[in-house]
Design a protein around this ligand. Structure first.
Ligand SMILES: Cc1ncc(COP(=O)(O)O)c(C=O)c1O
Length: 365
């Protein structure tokens, strides 16, 4: 008799699943800690929580949960379109921006035939998805933890269909210059789609005018999320901005009700809550300066960040990660990213940041 594994797809059998930041409840259970005492700085979440306006809108949406959501997400897409002076047709909603990545593979790649290009030390989902779809993923070396856009261009072959550039990048927090991005976009051949992952776009000072690429009808999709600056990671909603041709194809590839009604309502209210976004950026800027200043004084190497997290070199990352866990602080060890001496720490409230720095100091002493 054949085992389940013998009849399963090779791609699934070989897949090493995505490793998310450790949930607070898991740590509490495993270490016998009070969940309320645990600080999670592991998934680049918003330390202020969701926008209060989003919470009100989501509570109101609860009353209508007996109805299926509007699969087309009319109101949210209309709201996003207004925000960016685009048309509703330019917007595709996803169950987190992660789903947009998956929709791109569905739409533009065939197993064994096509390739995608990304950079080493970038968001793991790009290559995990490639593996799942049976598509070759070329990871070019980064340059000082930043995307080497020229090397990415050089890696394009006739088989390439997608390029992934996270700007700012996760896990390094680095960005590419606006000029370099512009040159790169204009140099792309016409058989590839650029997936510009802007999950952390709102944290940038002097952000690129990437919307222009969409308005010019280029083969570029901007991927954005409500998980970060909006603080709605738990409800799973993100979106893609692209020319009508691209977004119409992605619409065909999605599940009929891929985003739920509570998420749509919360996202729309959060989008308009500029005050919450401004406060989030402010607290992030302050926390980043504190982290980078403290690492500098302590003589720890770190990668200057443009996002809401910082990569810092601590020696044995797994050991430091575990020692921090014992103190009730969850960060991310970069061992699975093949950076065994680095941890990534998300920027929290000032109190959380100080608690992390004190705990790290005690561990490294
Ligand atoms: C670069 C990048 N892209 C996409 C995502 C996915 O975000 P979500 O699916 O929550 O929208 C993340 C999450 O950490 C990320 O860091």
């Amino acid at each position: 008799m054949r085992s389940v594994n013998q009849i399963a797809n090779r791609e699934i059998l070989d897949l090493i699943p995505y490793e998310p930041g450790k949930p607070i409840d898991d740590v509490a259970r495993e270490l016998g800690l009070n969940p309320l005492s645990i600080i999670k700085l592991a998934s680049n979440e918003n330390p202020l929580g969701p926008s209060p306006k989003a919470i009100t809108a989501m509570r109101e949406a609860l009353e209508k949960l007996h109805l299926y959501p509007d699969g087309g997400g009319f109101h949210l897409r209309e709201g996003i379109a207004q925000e960016f002076q685009l048309q509703r047709e330019n917007i595709v909603l996803g169950n987190g921006s992660n789903e947009i990545i998956e929709l791109l593979y569905h739409t533009f790649t065939r197993p064994g035939e096509h390739e995608v290009v990304t950079v080493r030390n970038s968001f793991a989902v790009y290559h995990l998805m490639a593996q799942l779809f049976g598509v070759k993923c070329i990871e070019v070396p980064d340059r000082d933890y930043t995307h080497d856009l020229e090397a990415m261009l050089a890696a394009i072959t006739p088989k390439t269909r997608l390029l992934f550039v996270a700007n700012p990048n996760n896990p390094t927090g680095t960005r590419v210059s606006n000029e370099a991005l512009d040159r790169f976009v204009k140099a792309l051949p016409d058989h590839v789609i650029l997936a510009l992952d802007e999950a952390y776009y709102e944290f940038l000072d002097n952000p690129p005018n990437s919307l222009q690429y969409v308005k010019e009808g280029r083969k570029v999709i901007l991927m954005r999320t409500f998980s970060k600056i909006q603080g709605l990671a738990g409800i799973r909603i993100g979106y893609g901005l692209a020319c009508g041709e691209i977004s119409n194809l992605l619409q065909r590839a999605r599940q009929p009700f891929n985003t739920n009604s509570i998420a749509q309502a919360g996202a729309l209210a959060g989008l308009k809550d500029l005050d919450h976004q401004r406060k989030t950026k402010q607290i992030t800027d302050l926390g980043r300066a504190l982290f980078e200043d403290s690492f500098k004084k302590r003589g720890l190497s770190y990668v200057p960040s443009a996002a809401n997290f910082v990569l810092v070199k601590v020696g044995n990352a797994d050991q430091v990660f575990k020692a921090l866990l014992q103190k009730g602080i969850i960060v991310r060890s970069m061992v699975s990213y093949k950076m065994p001496e680095w941890i990534r720490v998300s920027i929290g409230t000032n109190e959380q940041n100080i608690a992390f720095l004190q705990a790290l100091e005690e561990i490294l002493k």
